[in-house]
Design a protein around this ligand. Structure first.
Ligand code: ATP
Ligand code: 3PG
Length: 398
């Protein structure tokens, strides 16, 4: 990568500022998925092994007013991190002030501190999310001039705790997770080993227009599944019953189809039910049309075969968005089928672009079968769209 990385800087004895993305799901104070914490460990361990004093920053959820702070303290994360590292993690529950500064000064080489949720600074004028100049400078001043950004999941944001700190330190460098995410996703899109097939699913076309457009210009094929299928079908005058549709995106869908040069592959059948929940009828459609009074909730068996054929021989596959309502076992077959088709290709570089598809792969036992599962939802989408990520752009050039 063209940016300095954590390997390029001297860390021993230094107070090293580190941005991680510990925005993990919490239920009643319990972390329900700690992948993002595990993914940050190589960078944290490396800094500690080098004798650095690690000062970690992360946001958790979105905080607009005082009441939003409830349940969004990073205290449970500090505990989980301490367990994973097998050493104490200092946590003062503050984002600034004397108590935090004293705790940082007391850190010894190889010790670690976690600052409280950076978005607690959003209550008073959105200082974190608006990249308030004073806040970035203050946080930068807590270290010794080195900032390690390992928060890929937040790299599409220009906030005080990433670009604000970067702007006020001597060297802003990438951590191992950020470096790997960029290497896998960007290289897959910009310099893919071909054939390169992209598979896009999920609920809405509107979320993925930019991604579809960019991938149509880079990939050999772009397979579409999930809820957004039906906007594309309706755009061609095909009956879609009560399936999910974005009426205001029919024109865009038409345009994408027109300029796709046959690269855009749509399902040829669906699994349909007579209600989203509590349905009494469930069947496979004959062709691509959905019956009146039914909704398409997964791709059908012919599509699973068709997508398998399209994926045969693929050397690079990028997948984002489930093929159906995978949370319900009745509508899981499409997502499972596509995962099977991807991972069985010999020598394939297979990448999942975060979000719900990452959750589906992990929950359905496919985590180890993919080359890379991104820890970023929005960030990986913006990378797939070909956008510049501010969190990456603000790092020091090599
Ligand atoms: N045919 C369908 N009809 C309705 N909902 C669907 C259909 N197919 C998939 N979904 C739903 O789409 C949701 C995932 O869509 P989303 O666009 O959020 O995916 P994603 O891009 O992987 O996730 P994220 O936005 O978290 O990155 C799932 O909850 C799934 O149930
Ligand atoms: O979960 C994510 O996508 C990142 O942590 C960014 O969170 P945000 O969308 O609240 O900025």
């Amino acid at each position: 990568m063209a940016k300095l990385t954590v390997k390029d800087v001297e860390l021993t004895g230094k107070k090293v500022l580190v941005r991680v993305d510990f925005n993990v799901p919490l239920k009643d104070g319990v972390i329900t998925n700690d992948n993002r914490i595990s993914a940050a460990l190589p960078t944290i361990n490396y800094i500690l092994e080098q004798g650095g004093r690690a000062i970690l920053f992360s946001h958790l959820g979105r905080v607009k007013e005082e009441a939003d702070k409830a349940g969004k303290s990073l205290a449970p994360v500090a505990k989980a991190l301490s367990e994973k590292l097998g050493k104490p993690v200092v946590f003062t529950g503050t984002t600034r002030g004397a108590e935090l500064e004293t705790a940082i000064e007391a850190l010894k080489d190889g010790e670690i501190l976690l600052v409280e949720n950076t978005r607690f600074e959003d209550i008073d004028g959105k200082k974190e999310s608006k990249n308030d100049a004073e806040l970035g400078k203050y946080w930068a001043g807590l270290g010794d001039g080195i900032f390690v950004n390992d928060a890929f999941g937040t790299a599409h944001r220009a906030h005080a705790s990433n670009v604000g700190i970067s702007a006020n330190v001597e060297k802003a460098v990438a951590g191992f997770l950020l470096e790997n995410e960029i290497a896998y996703i960007q290289e897959a899109v910009e310099a893919p080993v071909r054939p390169f097939v992209a598979i896009l699913g999920g609920s809405k076309v509107s979320d993925k227009i930019g991604v579809i457009e960019n991938l149509l210009s880079k990939a050999d094929k772009v397979i579409i599944g999930g809820g957004m299928t039906y906007t594309f079908l309706k755009a061609q005058g095909i009956e879609i019953g009560d399936s999910l549709v974005e009426a205001d995106k029919l024109e865009v869908a038409k345009e994408l189809l027109a300029k796709s040069n046959g690269k855009l592959i749509l399902p040829v059948d669906s699994k349909e039910a007579n209600a989203f929940a509590g349905y009494t009828e469930l069947k496979d459609t004959e062709g691509d049309a959905i019956d009146a009074g039914f909704l398409g909730l997964d791709i059908g068996p012919k599509s699973i075969k068709q997508f398998d054929a399209e994926l045969t021989g693929a050397k690079t596959v990028v997948w984002n968005g489930p093929m159906g309502v995978f949370e319900n076992p009745d509508f899981q077959a499409g997502t499972v089928g596509v995962m099977d088709s991807i991972v069985k290709q010999p020598g394939v570089k297979s990448i999942i672009g975060g979000g719900d598809s990452a959750a589906a792969a992990i929950n359905l036992g496919y985590a180890d079968k993919f080359s890379w599962i991104s820890t970023g939802g929005g960030a990986s989408m913006e990378l797939l769209e070909g956008k510049v990520l501010p969190g990456l752009a603000s790092l020091t050039e090599k």
